[in-house]
Design a protein around this ligand. Sequence first.
Ligand SMILES: Nc1nc2c(c(=O)[nH]1)N[C@H]1C(S)=C(S)[C@@H](COP(=O)(O)O)O[C@H]1N2
Ligand SMILES: [Mo]
Length: 405
Amino acid sequence: MPRREFFKKAATVAGSAVVGSTLAEASEVPSTGHPIDNRKVADIAFPQKRPLITYSDRPPLLETPREVFAQPITPNDLFFVRWHMPMIPTYINPHKFHITIDGEVETPLRLSLASLKKEFEAVEITSVLQCGGNNRSAFHPTPGGIQWGPGAMGCAKWKGARLKDVLAKAGLKKGASWIKFNGLEKPVYTKTDGFVRALELEKLHDQIIIAYEMNGEELPYLNGFPVRLILPGFYSDSWIKMLSNITVTSSKPQLHFMDHAYRIPDNDCECETPDNLAPKTKPIEEMNVNSLIGYPVSGTKVKANAQLIVRGVAFDGGHGIVKVEISIDGGQSWQEAKLDDGKQGSYAYRSFSHTLTPKKSGSLTIMAKATNTKGETQPFAYEVKWNRGGYKFNGIDEVTVEVVA
Ligand SMILES: Nc1nc2c(c(=O)[nH]1)N[C@H]1C(S)=C(S)[C@@H](COP(=O)(O)O)O[C@H]1N2
Ligand SMILES: [Mo]
C-alpha cells in the first residue's frame, strides 16, 4: 500500500478510537492507530503490591503501568495480576501445602513444598510472562474481555524444580500423553468450570519448571504463592498459579479453558473478521515478537535540543531479539537502538536504549519495533490482524511526548 494511503487509513482508525483523535490530529506525524495511554493506577494497593491499574478487585485484575518497562526485570510488587475465579484461598500454610501428581503414573506423589525444594535440582530461568490478551484494547473493533493496555506482562527470574524431574519421579505409564494442571482457587458456583489447563506431553522440555521463587523471593500471593508453573516462551494462560494438582492422562482432556478460550484462528494469517469468523481454531501458545517503550511515557514534557534517552524492552517466544529500531517520523525511517548484553537469556526481556535530540517544540511521536533471530518483526498497529479473542497484539509501539522550548 502506498505510504499516503496507509497513513490516511491509519488516521481513520485513530479517529474512530475512543480517545485517539485529539492527540493524533495535534501531531505532525500521522498516527498509526495505536491507542493513547490513558490508564491511571488505583489509589489503593492489594497486599504485597504497589498501586496498579485496576480493572476488577474480585477477582483481582491488575495491570502494570508502562513506566515499569524501562527496566528489564519487573519487580514483584509491580507485577500484573490476572485470575479467572473470585474464590482464591485467603490463607495457605506453606508447611501444610502439598502438590499431588496422579493419573497415568506408576507412583502417585504428594509433595510438600519442602520436598519440592529439597528432592529436586533447583533451576533458575529468567522469562517473560505475558497474557495472550495483553494490549487487547488496541484491536479495532475491540474484542470482548479485559481491556488490557500493554502492561499485562512482566519479566522475572523464576526458580524451581523441573516439571520433567517431578514427572520422572512419579514414573509415566505407557500411553501417558497429556498433563493437566489445577490451582487452588474455586469458582463461585460448583457448576462453573474451574480454571484447569493441559499440556501435551510432547511439548514438555527442560525449561518448564514448578517455581517457588520469583526474583529471589517467595511468589507474591496474587502471582501464585506458593508454587506456579513456568512455561517459557508461551503466553501465560497455562502458567497455572497456586498449582496443587498435576494429573497425567492418556488422551486429550476436555476442558472449557482449553477448548473454548485462549484460541486463535487456525489459518496462515491467524486472522478473521467479525462477520467471517474462522471455522477452526488452535491454542495461542508461542509468543510473537513484541516491544514496549518504558520511558518516556505519553504526555511527558521533554526539552527541545536536549538529549532524551528512550528506554524499553523487547522479547519473543524464545528465539531471541536481534534488533530494536526507533522512529520519530511515523515509521518512514528507523534508527537502531542499543541492546543490553542479552545475558538474561532468550526468554527474558532484552532491554534497549536510544538517545535522540528533539529539535522542534510540539508533540513528538516515538515508535519502537523489534526483530527476532528468525527475521520476524512487528507490524504497524493498524496492520495487526484481528481475531475475536483479541490475542497476540504486537503492533509497533508508540508514545507521544510534548517537546517544550
Ligand atoms: N490458578 C490460576 N492460574 C492462572 C490463572 C488463573 O486464573 N488461575 N490465569 C492464567 C492467566 S490467563 C494469566 S494471564 C496468568 C497471570 O499471571 P499473574 O497473575 O501472575 O500475572 O496466570 C495464569 N495462571
Ligand atoms: Mo491471560
